[in-house]
Design a protein around this ligand. Structure first.
Ligand SMILES: [Zn+2]
Length: 115
């Protein structure tokens, strides 16, 4: 058991996340960390948005590689998620496709004739 330095509650060790770099448990419990992150996000929304855009821009390749590795190692999970999504959104997907096709008829038929 461990006491949270933020809310003062004594909780199970499972309720504290491990700080890998320091090899020890966080002083704040997971709930307090979640509250802190949510509050911080709300009060710094724009800064965080700008920062993540800059980050994405300067780490494009890393993010791409990470995404490829993730997709490769989570293939089944992703396929299942997609299937469930498709099943739950069949009508919406079909409608979107029909609209897209209608708006891009010329482009689609033009590109297929090149093949
Ligand atoms: Zn706490």
């Amino acid at each position: 058991m461990k006491q949270c330095i933020k809310c003062g509650e004594v909780k199970d060790e499972r309720d504290f996340s491990l700080i890998k770099s320091r090899g020890k448990l966080n002083g704040k419990c997971k709930l307090c960390v979640t509250k802190y992150v949510a509050a911080r996000y709300l009060s710094h929304k724009d800064e965080i948005k700008v920062y993540s855009q800059i980050y994405m821009g300067s780490h494009k390749d890393e993010i791409k590689v990470y995404g490829a590795v993730y997709r490769e190692s989570h293939k089944e999970e992703i396929a299942i998620r997609k299937a469930i999504y498709y099943k739950n959104n069949k009508v919406a997907i079909a409608a979107k496709k029909a609209i897209y096709y209608k708006n891009n008829k010329v482009a689609i038929s033009g590109s297929s004739s090149l093949e």
